[in-house]
Design a protein around this ligand. Structure first.
Ligand code: BGC
Length: 397
């Protein structure tokens, strides 16, 4: 294992989170693009130009400056950097170098994810996460990224929500490659952990002294009568096996949105209570819960790499963020080592199979002109993070 010094940011990271495919537009060379364009696809609509952030990234970064945030989580697109096996696009690397330099020019720490849901078509065609060669392919890709961009990376995330890629793609069939098979789902989770380690070790070859981790999707779980055993089984596969494997990472990335109720027949859809646009329970308490749970497995620093709410009701978003940050304050008060919080998301963007209907952004994006308009929640988040923790000590006015 490579050894090197690690530089954590000196101050708490307040940011927003995004991913390449969801905001850049034109991610044509990916499995997702193909999935959206397939006959009889279950995708609500195509990603198309997304938020055109490929061209408008400086506008996006200026918004962060306007909101007083010090960090930005973005991803680089493997399909652009390595459009064919072994062929590296200098143009794509130059683009991402410009993006990272534009972050630094604004004193914004770039938190860079290498894989966020999408695969180049050449990888998907060769079996994707079911072909063991993907471990080497991802490690080689990580090596290219670090050699070219490592000196500009603030924090690195290897694979975003590997457990969601596995469950949605290989058990529930809701994401490409639309498989529904428990054995294959479990095998993909194992492959994810292997790929993560290989990528982490490649990234450690440097240059760069940034911390490296893997953002995990976590839930608050509640068992209904008779659902206890199933809950344990599900959580073990989705979370615990990953949390037991992070000891050699530099930090743990926690991403959470809601609470799941588990009955004897599985997850209860449409549970009673306030809902979000995604049909999820309105459950900002999940931040406190999942951070405490992650901390019970490891003493590594924790970063909340994603948390937010899909809603058209911006007042509901403010209530959500307020309660989420209150929970964050409680875990910090208890001495849990949380280093950052990243709201999902800066912009209303492409919400995968559901298309553009769900609104996760604190900034709306005109679907024709791509004009960005900050919502009241952006203003609220700017003030809350500037005055934290005083800003969340009471109830909302
Ligand atoms: C993913 C994002 C997604 C968000 C909201 C996370 O699972 O990392 O890509 O948009 O949740 O659903």
């Amino acid at each position: 294992m490579a050894t090197r010094s690690i530089q954590f940011p000196p101050t708490f990271s307040w940011g927003t989170s995004t991913s390449a495919y969801q905001i850049e537009g034109g991610g044509t060379n990916t499995d997702w693009w193909r999935f959206e364009h397939a006959p009889n696809t279950i995708a609500a609509e195509v990603c198309g130009d997304a938020c055109d952030s490929w061209h408008r990234y400086e506008e996006d970064l200026d918004l962060l400056v306007q909101f007083g945030l010090n960090s930005f989580r973005l991803s680089v697109e493997w399909a652009r950097i390595e459009p064919e096996r072994g062929t590296i696009s200098i143009d794509a690397l130059n683009h991402y170098r410009n993006v990272l330099e534009a972050c630094h020019a604004r004193s914004i720490l770039p938190v860079v994810t290498l894989h966020h849901f999408t695969l180049p078509t050449w990888v998907a065609d060769a079996g994707g996460f079911e072909n063991p060669e993907i471990v080497d392919w991802l490690a080689n890709y990580a090596r290219v990224v670090v050699q070219e961009l490592g000196a500009l990376i603030g924090i690195a995330c290897t694979i975003n929500e590997p457990n969601i890629v596995a469950v949605m793609g290989y058990l529930l069939g809701f994401f490409p490659p639309q498989v529904s098979d428990n054995e294959r789902f479990v095998a993909v989770n194992e492959m994810m952990r292997r790929a993560h380690v290989a990528m982490r070790e490649a990234l450690r070859e440097g240059p760069g002294d940034f911390p490296i981790g893997m953002p995990l999707s976590m839930q608050e779980y509640e068992a209904l009568a008779g659902g206890e055993a199933l809950l344990e089984e599900m959580r073990d596969e989705m979370e615990d096996k990953y949390l037991r494997a992070v000891d050699d990472d530099d930090y743990v990335g926690v991403q959470c949105y809601t609470k799941l109720l588990v009955g004897p027949d599985g997850v209860v859809f449409d549970p009673p209570g306030e809902k979000t646009e995604m049909g999820y329970l309105f459950w900002p308490q999940c931040v406190e819960h999942t951070v405490r749970r992650a901390a019970s497995f490891t003493s590594k620093p924790i970063i909340v790499t994603e948390n937010g709410i899909g809603t058209n009701d911006d007042e509901q978003r403010i209530r959500y963020l307020h309660a989420a940050l209150k929970g964050l304050q409680r875990v910090l008060d208890d001495g849990i080592d949380v280093r950052g919080y990243f709201q999902w998301s800066l912009l209303d963007n492409f919400e995968w199979t559901l298309g553009y209907a769900p609104k996760f952004g604190i900034v709306s994006v005109d679907r024709t002109t791509f004009a960005r308009s900050p919502k009241p929640s952006a203003q609220w988040y700017a003030q809350a993070t500037a005055n934290f923790p005083a800003s969340v000590s009471g109830t909302l006015p």
